[in-house]
Design a protein around this ligand. Structure first.
Ligand SMILES: Cc1cc2nc3c(=O)[nH]c(=O)nc-3n(C[C@H](O)[C@H](O)[C@H](O)COP(=O)(O)O)c2cc1C
Ligand code: SF4
Length: 541
């Protein structure tokens, strides 16, 4: 047992899942995913760094269960099987460091982006004093940035969300269940249902938002129905061997909101359903900006009293979060039995080595979170998270990676088959892209075993294409040549390259083949056109 912090470094078991210590990373949304919601290399890098710092469990924030619930252009998505390969890599990255991997799943309800939001009631956001989220974010921005954020907010949030029908409710519950099954398939150890911060589940629980007259609104029993049905559906879908955690709102911190006494009853119901843990938090986007709450949330361990009160009424482990900045404080909370596990979000973002430093007794070296709010202000205005405490080298490295994810260079593939049309394709691309510095171009040739395969001719053609592009002002280092042997078929090989390389534009010359040949075999360009996925094709004839 560790001498200085024996409770903090004591192993723990959540159902059948073993944690090497009691330190968990609470979800911290970073906006590091690709714009399509897939896992980016930046996401992997971020979580690898946290996992290597010695934490026992990581909750990956805010993966969206249905497109209608996306809260940011760069939220992770788990609403389709196409996200599975990236999510599997993410789960592996975390687990290979002997860290438990949890995926938090969410639907934003009326806080989602886009014009067609859904919520239990058609209450307009301005009626709810939405301003809070943005007011908090705006304080540190200059005048121009404030306008940008405000105008985006106005566009994103329609005045009134659509009131969910019972069919909508069934559909969203099944979306959560399917998302959890995907998380399990991807290799995560658990999912965490996001029942806090004011998102869809809270919109059902809150008496000030939910004004439904049917079985999903009114008294507490009815307001709890949606989350309880949802948890049960997720459990049924994933089976008993896959634990389901829950991010729990213990108090909405609004006068007419969801209060602690109701939260205690709800916690007992979740406990009876055998959720794996309750990660206790409080407040929503609307209450975060209330002066009294702003003041309160600067205090160390400001939500521990809530975790303690919830722990007293449930049978499942409780995680407490909120300004638990030092190992000494974390140790004290555990020693006094106020919670079972410690959740840390910002202090781990500031210094991923927090657990290792504490373990070695070097807690004085921990780079502290200053509670400055920069990371939060960035993500609520849909920008990627950075920490004001990071040194220059880390900031530069992170910003470079962020640029590739948020403003990726346009990747263009030019298929070079040795024909005159292919060279014309390259000339056309040079003309269209002249002086562009934000592109990355690959000239690709698939070699066949046919006797007329003129390798020298191909090399010369590649040189011509390259010099055409350079003459047009495209930087040399942005042009690469890729020659590979045919594996399946020319069109199929090119299609695979397009998908794996993430190309957005494909330039291809159509060979002068006869109509009869095209009818029988289909030309390469036809096959690529017919397969059009998430890319544009320029066919040059
Ligand atoms: C930038 C940022 C993003 C957050 N994103 C999420 C989230 O996606 N899901 C969630 O349940 N909580 C989220 N939180 C809340 C944290 O998990 C945590 O409860 C809060 O920051 C207090 O803990 P801390 O003082 O350790 O940061 C976020 C907090 C911050 C600052
Ligand atoms: S120091 Fe500021 S930016 Fe860094 S984690 Fe803490 S609050 Fe966020």
């Amino acid at each position: 047992m560790h001498n200085k912090f024996p409770h903090l470094f004591e192993p723990f078991k959540i159902d059948s899942v073993n944690l090497k210590n009691r330190i968990t990373m609470a979800p911290l949304f970073t906006a590091y995913a690709h714009k399509d919601g897939s896992v980016s290399s930046l996401t992997l890098e971020h979580f690898e760094e946290i996992a290597k710092g010695g934490v026992g469990m990581i909750v990956v924030a805010n993966a969206i269960v249905d497109e209608s619930g996306s809260v940011s252009k760069h939220s992770l998505r788990v609403d389709d099987d196409r996200f599975l390969p990236g999510l599997s890599r993410l789960a592996d990255t975390i687990k290979k460091e002997d860290v438990v991997a949890v995926l938090q799943i969410n639907h934003g309800g009326h806080f989602a982006q886009g014009r067609k939001t859904i919520s239990p009631s058609s209450v307009s956001l301005s009626d709810l004093n939405l301003g809070g989220l943005y007011k908090t974010a705006l304080k540190s921005l200059d005048f121009q940035q404030q306008w940008a954020v405000l105008s985006e907010a106005i566009q994103q949030h329609p005045k009134q969300p659509k009131k969910m029908t019972e069919d909508d409710i069934k559909y969203i519950i099944s979306a959560y269940a399917k998302a959890a099954v995907r998380a399990k398939k991807a290799g995560f150890d658990m999912v965490e249902i996001h029942g806090a911060t004011g998102y869809l589940i809270v919109q059902f629980l809150s008496p000030r938002i939910n004004n439904r007259k049917d079985k999903y609104g009114g008294d507490l029993e009815n307001r709890m129905r949606f989350p309880l049905e949802l948890v049960q559906a997720v459990k049924d879908a994933v089976g008993n061997d896959f634990p389901i955690g829950y991010r729990f709102l213990a108090d909405e911190w609004m006068d007419d909101g969801f209060p602690l006494d109701e939260a205690k009853i709800f916690a007992q119901r979740l406990s009876a359903l055998h959720v794996a843990y309750l990660s206790v938090t409080a407040g929503t986007y609307e209450s975060f900006s209330r002066p009294v709450i702003v003041e309160k949330s600067h205090e160390l361990g400001y939500m521990v009293y809530l975790a303690q009160q919830i722990k007293e009424v449930v049978e499942v482990p409780v995680i407490t979060t909120g300004r638990i900045t030092s190992p000494e404080l974390a140790e004290e909370i555990l020693r006094e039995g106020k919670a079972d596990l410690i959740g840390i979000a910002r202090p781990l973002f500031a210094d991923p080595q927090w657990p290792k430093k504490a373990r070695k007794g070097n807690e004085k070296d921990i780079l502290p979170c200053k509670d400055c709010g920069t990371c939060f202000q960035l993500v609520v205005s849909d920008r990627p998270a950075l920490c004001a405490q990071w040194g220059k080298a880390k900031l530069i490295e992170r910003k470079t990676m962020i640029k590739e994810v948020h403003n990726p260079r346009k990747k263009i593939l030019i298929a070079m088959d040795g024909s005159e049309n292919a060279t014309m394709g390259a000339a056309y691309a040079a003309d269209m892209l002249s002086n562009r510095k934000d592109v990355f171009i690959t000239l690709i040739h698939i070699q066949t075993d046919e006797p007329d395969n003129d390798q020298q001719g191909i090399n010369e053609m590649m040189d011509i294409a390259r010099s055409l592009l350079i003459k047009a002002g495209i930087p040399k280092e942005a042009i690469s040549v890729h020659i590979s042997k045919k594996e399946v078929g020319i069109a199929r090989d090119i299609l695979r390259e397009i998908a794996e390389g993430g190309y957005g534009t494909v330039v291809i010359g159509r060979r002068g083949i006869s109509k009869a040949q095209q009818f029988l075999f289909g030309s390469v360009s036809n096959k690529i056109l017919q397969n059009t996925g998430d890319y544009t094709v320029w066919v040059v004839e």
